[in-house]
Every structure is written in structure tokens, then in C-alpha cells.
Design a protein around this ligand. Structure first.
Ligand SMILES: [Cu+2]
Length: 167
């Protein structure tokens, strides 16, 4: 399972690379949802797209759904998943949004669910932070600050043919 190994490595690298930055304590509360670890991955200067990640815990008794997101850094923000297409890992937009089941935690992370910043207005620079609006079906919307982490985060997130997330 090379993909899983890469993912574990990526997470390990991420934890090493970001020992105690502000996002570690950053927690947002929106109704029954708590939203933690908002971060994005640095891009190359002319990258058209970038990836963003966040952890959402639903402390309520009803399912919710992340239905859209927006940010000034990008012309459009999509919600993506990674899925196997034959033996190739590809990403795909979640047209219906991302289900956040009652009582569960959903992690957007390199190699898995992620926010995709389309038509980036400028590069995402490591150490910078920018606001992202997350819109949930029931809980409503909230602005979170995403800190930009190293470009090496999520080296398990590779795609053939599409150029990936600016990597
Ligand atoms: Cu994507």
C-alpha cells in the first residue's frame, strides 16, 4: 500500500514541519461544529490552484454538510475528494458537498478530502495566512484563517496528467 505509506509519511512530515504554530490552538465554534487546524499548502509562484485543509467535528445529534467555500485568494473554491480510478489516485469535486455526520470528525488533509483553490490570484506563501469562508448547510457560515504550510506537505497527494495542486 504505497499510497497509505506516503500518506503516513506526509502526515509525519507535516507534524515535524509545524511543531507549534498558531493553528495548533486555533479552534472555531459554529453551532455544534468545532473547526480546527485550518491550513493551506504553499504553491509555486505561478500555480493556478492550491489545496486547503481543515478538521471539522460535529458535536451535535444531526448530520451537517460542508456545502461550499470561498476566499479572496481564489476565483473559486471547490470541495474535492481523492478516489482511486483504476490504479490511479485522482481528485474529484464533491458536487453535493462533504457530509459531516453527527458525532463524528471529518478531516480534510493531504491525500484525502481537501478544499481546492481554483484560479489563484497569487501564490500561497509559506507563513502567510488568509481568510476562507466555510458554508455549512445547517450551521451556517464562518470565516477561518488558514495558515500556509510548506509546499512539501501532502506529498502523498499526486495526480497523473493534471499537474496536481501546483506541485
Ligand atoms: Cu483537488
Amino acid at each position: 500500500m504505497p499510497f497509505l505509506r506516503n500518506l503516513k509519511l506526509a502526515i509525519a512530515l507535516l507534524l515535524l514541519a509545524l511543531p507549534s504554530p498558531s493553528w495548533a490552538e486555533e479552534a472555531y465554534q459554529l453551532g455544534d461544529l468545532s473547526i480546527t487546524m485550518p491550513m493551506a499548502r504553499a504553491t509555486l509562484p505561478n500555480a493556478p490552484v492550491g489545496g486547503g485543509f481543515v478538521t471539522v467535528t460535529n458535536n451535535g445529534t444531526a448530520d451537517d454538510r460542508l456545502i461550499s467555500a470561498a476566499s479572496d485568494v481564489a476565483g473559486r473554491v471547490e470541495i474535492h475528494e481523492m478516489a482511486m480510478d483504476g490504479d490511479v489516485m485522482k481528485m474529484r469535486e464533491l458536487e453535493e458537498g462533504l457530509l459531516i455526520p453527527a458525532g463524528e470528525t471529518v478531516v480534510l488533509q493531504p491525500g484525502g478530502y481537501h478544499l481546492m483553490f481554483m484560479k489563484l490570484n497569487s501564490a500561497l506563501v509559506e507563513g502567510d495566512a488568509f481568510a476562507v469562508t466555510l458554508v455549512f448547510e445547517d450551521a451556517g457560515e464562518i470565516d477561518v484563517m488558514m495558515t500556509v504550510g510548506p509546499r512539501t506537505m501532502g506529498t502523498g497527494h499526486k495526480m497523473k496528467g493534471t499537474g496536481g495542486h501546483g506541485s
